[in-house]
Design a protein around this ligand. Structure first.
Ligand SMILES: NC(=O)c1ccc[n+]([C@@H]2O[C@H](COP(=O)([O-])OP(=O)(O)OC[C@H]3O[C@@H](n4cnc5c(N)ncnc54)[C@H](OP(=O)(O)O)[C@@H]3O)[C@@H](O)[C@H]2O)c1
Length: 179
């Protein structure tokens, strides 16, 4: 997929020092415990402001459904799943090849997609579909859980586009995939 500046697949993840995006059983408590930065400070709000639609893996979606509030407002949300899902906020289900799924979301909702999850991000990275990658390193070692980078990925080069040290102790690095 050729993405122009108006058509982007963006990934924005909090990650432990040892490379996990969730602890055992999907535990996310370490994200708020270790890094109390606000969504404005982390750049999450700015990303959401330019996001046309979100594409979530089922496990991430299930975690979000456990939050006290639905965090995506009226943004279109597509959930990748092979299982039945009863939408509560207009979520739409997609499945199959990640490239086709992302293209379908872009054609229906617009070019900038916030792709969220571990498995789904790896699928997109295997096909070189991720354009922007922002990792916020949380100063905690989890030891076990759900890793972001596992299972083999093709080599890809990235250009560092920004770094920030947040007061909470998080170090954020933003990258753009190099051509
Ligand atoms: N630290 C952070 O910033 C951050 C951000 C996001 C998420 N998380 C957490 O990280 C964990 C992510 O979990 P994860 O990596 O296992 O999963 P995920 O990417 O959220 O979801 C994976 C699941 O989505 C479904 N799926 C994936 N690709 C599909 C496709 N092409 N077609 C149809 N269905 C597809 C499959 O479920 P089924 O086949 O069972 O339907 C698959 O098991 C969660 O605990 C989440 O809360 C952390």
């Amino acid at each position: 997929m050729q993405n122009t500046n108006a058509s982007q697949i963006a990934v924005f993840l909090g990650i432990s020092l040892d490379g996990f995006i969730a602890g055992e059983g999907g535990d996310l408590s370490w994200l708020s415990d270790a890094a109390s930065a606000s969504p404005e400070e982390t750049g999450y709000d700015a990303l959401m402001a330019r996001t046309d639609a979100l594409v979530l893996g089922r496990n991430t979606y299930d975690s979000v459904r456990g939050f006290t509030e639905w965090p995506f407002g009226n943004k279109p949300v597509y959930v990748l799943t092979n299982r039945p899902l009863v939408p509560a906020f207009g979520e739409r289900v997609l499945q199959g090849d990640i490239e086709r799924v992302l293209q379908a979301a872009q054609s229906s909702s617009g070019g900038t997609i916030y792709l969220d999850g571990g498995d789904v991000v790896r699928q997109a990275m295997r096909k070189n579909l991720v354009d922007e990658l922002t990792l916020s390193w949380v100063p905690v070692v989890l030891g076990s859980g759900i890793r972001l980078f596992e299972g083999g990925l093709p080599r890809s080069r990235w250009k560092l586009t920004g770094t920030r040290l947040l007061e909470s102790g998080m170090v954020q690095a933003s990258y753009r995939r190099a051509p």
